[in-house]
Design a protein around this ligand. Structure first.
Ligand SMILES: Nc1ncnc2c1ncn2[C@@H]1O[C@H](COP(=O)(O)OP(=O)(O)OP(=O)(O)O)[C@@H](O)[C@H]1O
Ligand SMILES: [Mg+2]
Length: 278
């Protein structure tokens, strides 16, 4: 197994960069190192899947990278802005403008319609949402006809697509998704993954997704495997498993997953090796 640290081509834009980021939780029972001096970059216009055993630090990585949580050490930079020096107000503003976050449990407001949910981040930012803009965001996730429906009137897959439209309405630099298909059946999962893939391929959106599912991960350009708060393996589309081609290929339309070489079987095999060694 290789220990991967990210080096990137000098021309590539690092939308998200973590330098030696640590997160240590302390309690009466002792301390837990959720992130252990992690250094990793995510290039603009790439789709990365983050995998690893339960408790390996995947959600902590996303929360620290997205400014939802403060690391105990190291440096996080989003779209050129270092998060550490920002006070809570500035961090909230940066999150609203530059970051989209999608959760396993959708986190929609049940009393609001799909279009009201999608418009919410703009309202919170004090921007009056334009109807056409909100409708276009819903159309982009294939839900133009469901704008007036509340979450309770939508399927799980449709709810997640509303959540993705809501995350994208501010045109964020990066979309984080923590197990976005974890609560969905396989047909709805496929639909959500197709959407995330299209966002990268056709809009140049940077996407970072945590998943336990090798099929979901196979849609990404790059897979990071975590264990004990560290990146312990990494492979990229087109590279055989274990061959470290950190940093991705820089975005734009890419070949189909099968041509890229990220097969679910290969990913599952690497996960099995990792879990056996944990
Ligand atoms: N608020 C907290 N207080 C104390 N320990 C925490 C806290 N949040 C997470 N941890 C610990 O940090 C480690 C990493 O947790 P994290 O939630 O990032 O794991 P994960 O890889 O997302 O796991 P899963 O696949 O189960 O979602 C775990 O040991 C967890 O118990
Ligand atoms: Mg988690």
């Amino acid at each position: 197994m290789t220990t991967a640290t990210s080096t990137t081509p000098s021309t590539a834009i690092e939308t998200v960069r973590l330098r030696s980021v640590s997160k240590v939780y302390g309690s009466a029972a002792g301390t837990v190192t959720a992130l252990d001096a992690m250094t990793v970059s995510f290039l603009a216009g790439t789709f990365t899947a983050v995998m690893g055993p339960s408790g390996s630090g995947k959600s902590t990585l996303l929360h620290c990278a997205a400014g939802l949580d403060r690391p105990t050490g190291g440096e996080v930079t989003i779209d050129g802005t270092e998060l550490g020096p920002l006070d809570e107000t500035a961090l909230t503003l940066l999150r609203r403008e530059r970051i989209g976050f999608v959760f396993q449990s959708f986190n929609l407001v049940s009393a609001l319609t799909a279009e009201q949910n999608v418009a919410l981040p703009l309202r919170l930012a004090g921007i009056r949402p334009r109807d056409a803009e909100v409708r276009a965001a819903l159309a982009e996730v294939g839900l133009a006809q469901r704008a007036g429906h509340r979450p309770g009137e939508l399927s799980g897959g449709e709810r997640q697509r509303v959540a993705i439209a809501r995350a994208l309405i501010t045109r964020p630099a990066v979309l984080f998704a923590d197990e976005p298909t974890g609560a969905l059946d396989s047909a709805a999962s496929r639909e959500v993954l197709r959407l995330l893939r299209d966002l990268t391929d056709h809009r140049g959106q940077t996407v970072i997704m945590v998943t336990h599912d090798p099929v979901a991960a196979s849609r990404a350009d790059r897979v990071l495997l975590l264990a004990d708060g560290r990146v312990v393996d990494e492979f990229t589309a087109g590279a055989p498993a274990g061959e470290d081609r950190s940093g991705g290929s820089g975005g734009g339309p890419g070949p189909a997953p099968a041509e890229r070489g990220l097969s679910p079987e290969l990913i599952a095999a690497r996960m099995a090796v990792l879990e056996a060694s944990c």
